[in-house]
Design a protein. Structure first.
Length: 315
């Protein structure tokens, strides 16, 4: 078993995965304040939105403006989600640092959500790669494999199909691949198994783990992925997100809880947790009608928590 990574990136996806799943429409100035505060707290990778038609997701209609703002923050890796070539062209034009194309390994989920089979998404990634290269753009392409541990529509998703999709995405020209437990069906044993096999396929291109806390296992799943050497995780502040079919259900792993777990294990994240908690308090005001999650904000940091670990990476 490899040692834990010495440093880990928490990619904040609250502005995309979180906000797209809740009812409250957060105004652009507050999103900009969120980005600025997250940056000031040490976060260096933020998924600021999604280039989808505004009529489908009015919550994310200001994505181009947010990319432009975030790009001005030195050293911040600005990512966006895109569902297709059209969205990718907007991401390339906006000079996003990374565009994430979601692929659902569940055929039923893929047809329901993207109206494409997994292989049609792979073909779209090949077109996106060609467009990116033709534009001379530096935008990285990440293939994010969702429902990798099961699906609310289809039920079981075969591991062999998840790994086949991963190989296909790499063959189509994805620069990075990641695995997502979109609906909170994963457990640590399954995570460890799939990530170990994925590593053999993708090597260093295996980029990120994305775990929802629907059944309380997000941090346990992060731990299992850490054991296989994964060093980047998606998370949302206050664990916002959830599931449109299960009111009150938890969203992603909570960024502040994850930052605490990693720092307390001696793994550098570059994040100042007190500042992140202060931002969480703001967001709880902005989203006062929503159910928020996470536990660190209730109890605070323990007396045994070393301030040194908070700043280990920010020097
Ligand atoms: Zn998600």
């Amino acid at each position: 078993m490899p040692p834990f990574p010495s440093s880990v990136v928490i990619r904040e996806v609250g502005l995309r995965d979180g906000l797209q799943s809740i009812e409250t429409l957060l105004p652009t100035p507050q999103k900009i304040e969120w980005i600025d505060d997250a940056y000031a707290a040490g976060q260096r990778e933020i998924e600021v939105g999604s280039f989808v038609p505004a009529r489908l997701l009015p919550q994310l209609a200001d994505t181009a403006e947010l990319v432009a703002h975030a790009k001005a923050l030195p050293g911040l890796l600005v990512s966006v989600l895109v569902p297709n070539l059209k969205g990718a062209e907007r991401a390339i034009e906006a000079q996003a640092d990374l565009l994430l194309v979601p692929l659902s390994a569940s055929r039923a989920h893929s047809l329901a959500n993207l109206r494409k089979t997994p292989d049609e998404v792979v073909a779209e990634v090949a077109r996106i790669r060609a467009a990116r290269d033709a534009a001379g753009s530096k935008t990285l392409i990440e293939g994010g494999i969702g429902t990798a541990f099961g699906c609310t529509i289809q039920g079981a998703v075969e591991q062999s199909e998840v790994l086949r999709c991963m190989q296909a995405l790499l063959d189509a020209g994805a620069d990075r691949v990641s695995l997502a437990d979109t609906v909170g069906y994963a457990n640590p044993a399954a995570v460890r198994d799939v990530f170990e096999k994925a590593r053999r396929i993708a090597g260093d291109k295996l980029w990120c783990g994305h775990f929802h806390d629907t059944r309380g296992l997000a941090l346990a799943n992060v731990y299992a992925a850490l054991e296989t050497g994964v060093a980047r995780f998606d998370a949302t502040l206050a664990g916002i997100g959830g599931c449109p079919h299960a009111p009150g259900a938890s969203g992603n792993a909570a960024s502040e809880d994850l930052a605490f777990m990693l720092a307390d294990m001696g793994i550098a994240t570059g994040i100042d947790i007190e500042r992140l908690l202060a931002l969480r308090a703001k967001i709880s005001q902005w989203l006062s009608n929503e159910t928020l999650h996470g536990t660190l904000w209730l109890a605070g940091l323990p007396k045994t928590f070393s301030a040194q670990s908070i700043h280990a990476h920010s020097a």
